[in-house]
Design a protein around this ligand. Sequence first.
Ligand code: M6R
Length: 586
Amino acid sequence: MCGIIGYAGEKNAVEIVYRGLINLEYRGYDSAGAAFGINGRTVVFKRQGRVEKLKPLLEGLASGIGIGHTRWATHGSPSDINAHPHTSGKITLVHNGIIENYSELKAELEKGGAVFKSQTDSEVIAALMSVYYCGDILGALYKTVKRLKGSYAIMAVAEGENVIAAARHKSPVVIGYGNGGYYCASDEPVLSGECGEVSFLKDGDFALIKPDGVRIFDGELRETERKKQKNLAQAGSLELGGFAHYMLKELRQSPAAVKNTVTAFAEAEDKIRGALSGVNRIIFIGCGTAYHAGLIGKIYVEDIARMPAEAETAGEFRYKNPIVNKNTAVVAVSQSGETADTLEGARLAKSLGARVIAVTNAPYSQLTRIADTVVPVCAGAEICVAATKSYTGQIAALYMLALLLAGKNAEGGGLSGLPEICKNVADGADVYALSRLCAFSKGVYFLGRGLDYAVALEASLKLKEVSYIPSEGYPAGELKHGTLALIDNATVSVFIATDKSLTDKYKNSVEQVISRGGIAAIITDIDELETAFKGRAHIIKLPCCRGHLSPLVTATAVQLLAYETAVSLGLNPDKPRNLAKSVTVE
Ligand code: M6R
């Protein structure tokens, strides 16, 4: 949802902030901007569109201090004027989050004579800070945030002061300790290669980032310390590494994500077992892809551990009055560990006495601080907005969790050799012809039963997200209860079919689509289906999918299908329109 970065030190802040914005762009790409201290003045550069539009403006500039922003628009359309930084008087700032009471504050400031250029909530913060500013940037920021309702990560500079003041509430700020300078940023992967050590501001904290050091303050401006930790984000993880897109690079990294997640689970197993002791019911929560992983988790827990389980979107869970108690584990699944709805769902569950388990790819995220214990997903930095390897990593983690709940040997759990199978699918599944059919269809329906249905929902999300083709996921049995009315020769119905015991049911459903003149496709490892529909349906034949582990194989195939479809339409799957990687606001 917007990425922000700041730097103060002896290196050129212009290069560092620009490079940082390029690497933060997955958090939003509606506009980009930066401000630098040059000869005692604050100089601002901003443009609607991608970060690279700033490049010609910054050519040849040098500065020791700067802040930058890449925007996912919430208040005010994408435009040059609405781009950050925003300036008022001597104050210039960047903001990630949403200020819920900005209209009241704006009206109050306008009464006092303030004139606003943009439609953003963020400009109101700058105007308010400028009112409070009398030579002490930290004091002005403190007074300002006391008036704000909502979420914010703010980095501000004041003309003539060689310091960045930062504050956070519900939006992340990481402090980076580099060679010859200090950093602040929205996440730690952007600091990989720059900072070996990082520390994380807590909600309510403030920081002053200067060329010669960092000072951190708590919510009452008492100087404090936040533990320095090794920056686990690997240098180079933000590079394309010869791939045309991050989506392709990352879906090919699924085998490693599965393997590393299984290893990390074994290391954390005792802690996880302890956190689950006495639990008799599991509720999975998450958003988007993470929710779809939760649906798979529910099936695993019911099937393997024979324990009651539910899965719900975090956005629904957080606004109801859930029935939970100390024997309920709420498993919050989130790649980023920063999704606002998931965090609120986890907080609610905790306040009601439930155990909270975080399944996340971000070991230092807010979610890990709320949770009683963490089930690590080790997918590495995921840059493409569309989740790929984090989803397969989550599935592997949830499978291990179910085995643990069942008291079964979690070591391996039949997973050995599976990464190799996923690799073969990612390298070899021939989805090209089917992707062309999808690209030129008027709608694509993904159908399945059980685990295949859960993957069908994710397949549909992936396809619509990167190709903009209308798509839905359905339980195959529901086809005849309504969806069949939509089937014609311009629609594609993709069956995901890996449960051999349901082969006859699948046959019926595919026949129904064909008899209505629809285009049918089957992603399957079942020989009988291949034989039955050869020449009548488009078949993507998979290697043996191994029962409960089938989603790891089918997911790779449908991710590849979505990727190929987007590319054949000339779209950039890494940065789908209107979306951002981490949704840290409501
Ligand atoms: O970081 P999270 O896993 O909490 O993100 C949740 C969703 O926003 C995310 O899974 C989204 O649906 C995917 N980017 C879709 O590919």
